[in-house]
Design a protein around this ligand. Structure first.
Ligand SMILES: Nc1ncnc2c1ncn2[C@@H]1O[C@H](COP(=O)(O)OP(=O)(O)OP(=O)(O)O)[C@@H](O)[C@H]1O
Ligand SMILES: [Mg+2]
Length: 257
């Protein structure tokens, strides 16, 4: 019920690397899912498969009732923030937004309303007519976020969206996500910031070596893990990283400090 996007038993290989090894995940209207996992665990690959950029080797993906790889036009209903933001350096944010609105055929009134709201919320007004190539990393990230939201998409797929944002904008972005959730959007975002995931997500999925090893509400996740406590502890335990982290901390203490 109210499932708007899903991956079922998805396997994705790059040569001999199995990036996704049987991933099943559902996104529902009005719910935020946080995708957590160590570097290289398959988060970005899963988001790219959901966007239809790459097809799964087996299993299937459905977004708003269609296979996004076969129906790339469905992306007009998705807001996507890529892991590595690449924007046309020689356009201004306003030119880029206008172009995107024309390509996506966004209703003009809606587009101008969203542009006004997002430029204010993300503090982008003063940069709208500067070349993107001249903007700092944080401002480029804000442009990428605005670009993902301007067409008022049904589904948001955000790959580490708050990277590079200052604490004020990160806070505003959190509020934007909560508001979009209230408006019934289905949201998936990957992050390494566990505290953020704990606060805003309805469900959390922990992915490790291409497999979702824990999935549920924050409380269910903490419950399922052997050792209860903070999400950080659960994350270290289930990804088998606790020992590794302890070794590292020891080495840092002995060799660096
Ligand atoms: N285009 C590619 N070609 C070959 N291997 C790839 C490609 N993209 C990803 N991989 C590999 O697939 C695995 C999963 O990568 P992915 O980028 O999905 O991880 P991630 O969880 O997003 O990591 P990070 O936290 O570092 O962003 C890794 O082993 C990675 O090296
Ligand atoms: Mg990634």
């Amino acid at each position: 019920m109210s499932v708007v996007a899903e991956a079922k038993h998805v396997v994705k290989r790059y040569g001999t690397i199995t990036a996704l090894d049987g991933v099943t995940l559902e996104l529902k209207r009005g719910k935020i899912v946080g995708l957590l996992g160590p570097n290289g665990s398959g988060k970005s690959t899963l988001i790219k498969v959901l966007m239809g950029f790459i097809p799964p080797d087996s299993g299937y993906v459905s977004v708003l009732g269609v296979d996004p790889y076969e129906h790339p036009d469905i992306r007009a209903k998705i807001g996507y923030v890529p892991e590595e933001v690449k924007l046309y350096e020689s356009l201004t944010p306003k030119e880029l937004f206008d172009l995107a609105a024309r390509i996506r055929r966004t209703d003009t009134d809606k587009y101008y309303r969203m542009l006004e709201t997002l430029s204010n919320a993300l503090d982008l007004r003063s940069k709208l007519h500067n070349l993107i190539g001249s903007l700092s990393k944080g401002y480029r990230q804000k442009v990428a976020i605005a670009l993902a939201l301007l067409h008022d998409p049904e589904i948001l797929l955000l790959d580490e969206p708050i990277i590079g944002l200052d604490p004020i904008v990160a806070r505003v972005f959190k509020e934007i996500l909560m508001e979009l959730k209230r408006r019934g959007k289905a949201i998936l975002f990957s992050t390494h910031i566990l505290e953020l995931a704990e606060v805003i997500c309805d469900r959390i999925a922990i992915i490790h070596r291409g497999k979702i090893i824990l999935e549920g509400t924050r409380d269910e996740i903490v419950e399922q893990a052997r050792e209860r406590g903070a999400l950080e502890e659960v994350f270290l335990e289930v990804t088998g990283k606790r020992g590794e982290v302890e070794e590292l901390v020891k080495a840092i203490r002995e060799e660096i400090i």
